[in-house]
Write a protein that binds this ligand. Sequence first.
Ligand code: NAP
Length: 251
Amino acid sequence: MTIDLTGKHALVTGGSRGIGSRLARALHDAGAQVVIFYNRTDAGALARQMQGAGAPVHAVRCDVENREDIRRAVEEALALLDGRIDILINAAGINRRYYLDEFPMEEWDKVININLNAVVYCTQLVGRTMLEHGYGKIINLASMNSFVAAQRVGAYVASKGAIAQITKAFANEWGGRGIRVNAIAPGYIKTDMTAALQENESAYQEILKKIPLERWGTPEDLVGPVLLLASDASDYVNGIVMPIDGGYLTR
Ligand code: NAP
C-alpha cells in the first residue's frame, strides 16, 4: 500500500536534524507541503533541497523554549500553508545526563520546557486551527523512557512519561472533533542525541543485547509507522503510544 499525502499541509518541529528531518522528508515524498521548524541548525538549504520539483517546503526559525517564538513561528507557518495545517509532528527534543543528586535545576527546566511544555503549546496553537477545519493528525515523539526509566536522564524520563499521557489526554478531548493524537515511541535510534551512547562501546553493546532484532534503529525505521499515523489509513487509531523499538520492550 502506498501512502498518498498529496494536498496535505504538515508542520514538523525539530525538522533540521535527525528523526524530525527524516520524517519531514517522508511526508514530503508522500506529497505533502511541509514547514520545518529549526533552531540552531539553519534548515533553509535543507528545505530547498527537499523541495526539489515537489510540493513547497519552507524552513521557519523557532526556538521552542520560547513561548513567544512558538506563537510567532506557528503564525508564520500558517501563513505559508494557506491557513491550514493537517499534520503536526512534535519532534524537537533534547536530553541531559546527570544523576538526580547532581542535576542542575536550570537543565531540568530546559528539558521539561523543550520536551513537554513546548509540545503542549505547539499542539494547542496548531490544534485550535485543526479544530476549525475539523481535521488533524498530531504525532508526538515519546520514547522507551515513556515506559521504563533509564538512569541519569530523570528529566527526559519525566518529559517522555508526560508525553505518553498528554497524547492520551488530548486524543480523548479532541477525538470527537476530527483530530487524532498519537505518539511513536522509538527505541534506540542512531542520531546526534544518542551519539555519546553510540561512542561508548560497552553502553552500545549493553543496549544492543536488549534488542531482539539485534540492531539499533535508524530514523528510516520510523518512516512507515509515521506515514501510517499521518494518513487516513489510520483514521480509527487515536491515543496510542506505538513502540518502534525492534522489540526492546519485550526483554
Ligand atoms: P537530534 O538529532 O538531537 O535532533 C534534535 C532536534 O530538536 C533538532 O532538529 C533540533 O533543532 C531540535 N531542537 C532542540 N532544541 C530546540 C529548541 N530549543 N527549539 C527548537 N528546536 C530544537 O534528536 P533526535 O534523536 O532526532 O530526536 C528527535 C525526537 O525524537 C526527540 O523528541 C527525542 O526525544 C525523540 N526520540 C529520540 C530517540 C533516539 O534514540 N534518538 C528515541 C526516542 C525518542 P536545531 O538543531 O535546529 O536546534
